[in-house]
Design a binder for this molecule. Sequence first.
Ligand SMILES: [Zn+2]
Length: 409
Amino acid sequence: MSADTVIANLRALGARTSDAHGAQRLAWSSVWRGARRWLDDLLAEEGLRAESDIAGNNWITVPGARPDTLIIGGHLDSVPNGGWLDGTLGVLAGIEALRRFKGTTPPVTLAVVDFADEEGARFSRSLLGSSAASGSLVPDSVRGLVDRQGVRLAEALAENGVDLDRMPEARRALDHRHPRAYLELHIEQGPVLETMGRSTGAVIGTYGVERHLLRFTGQAAHSGSTPIAMRRDAFLAAAETALACREIARRREMVCTVGTVSVEPGIVTAIPGVCEIALDQRALEPDTLSQALADAHEGAARACAANGVTVTWRRLWRIDPCRFDPRLVDLCADAVRETTGHAPRLPSGPLHDAVEMARVMPAVMMFASSTNGLSHCKEEDTPDVDLRVTIDAFLRLVDKTVAAVAADS
Ligand SMILES: [Zn+2]
């Protein structure tokens, strides 16, 4: 019954905030603010209310017999042309969890948080609100960010009543909540559960990421007059590096992607003298990630030697792998098994707000399967039958975690 309510609410929100191309709840935009107003109305019907923290995260709290707090997270913001489940599933399943305690005093306090700007789709900085809450956000590191229209992050924040320099104060506010455990329900955004024939699974952690820009420099020359043996083709060195990185990923059972490539001068009658690629490597074990990076350096050096090219590396971004709390992972797997008869455990390739919360308190995530593994697009979906059991399993996990936090406190 309650899972159906969550699904109906998800559809209503999706219908209200999507166009023919998908969901348009871009953080700090009017559609996103509209999504939050819609949630306010839904909360009012249940006698609940959202409060913003200084970083623009919205909190809905049900006080319990003790101040120790179980936090359930998600995000209403989406990428442009996004789906109806990414982020929203966590928020609306969380609201349902609160609703089930209506008229009672739970043994511990429960809070749902709708994090601001999880996606980073506009300013290329993901997990903005949750990193403020965890205390890891350094305002100076994002101060220079501008969107495609040339609007500065600080201006977009100010339009929404958020002062960039005060965002780190959100950490102290979080500490005042006595945070004891964090749960997040999310769609998988990949094909693993669907391929296994499973509706839902426990997430053991998220991949760490090493992201670099590689600039290969050779010599531009005429494509007609330069013999193959005499070329210093920067693109070919980059291409061989990309292939080497795929082999590294296969060998080390991780993933890597070259997602951008640009060549100069970029005309069909000239050998590329310069080529830039962006390399993204991800692994669940810190050692695997650092060894894969060392291997990639070696692979690039070999490709350069073979092509008479040089390369420079610039780190764009990195984050350590995050292992979720073993005890909560076990509780999550128990809830999944008791609901579905199976308990798959899997890592997450994408990052989530749970990674930031795991810096502050024990955290775990549960995944719902994704149809065809698709997400960040309007085709994003999970069959209703799978959503229903996933939400049931999540509500079961909430009950188990309430009991665990109460027993500890
Ligand atoms: Zn998400």
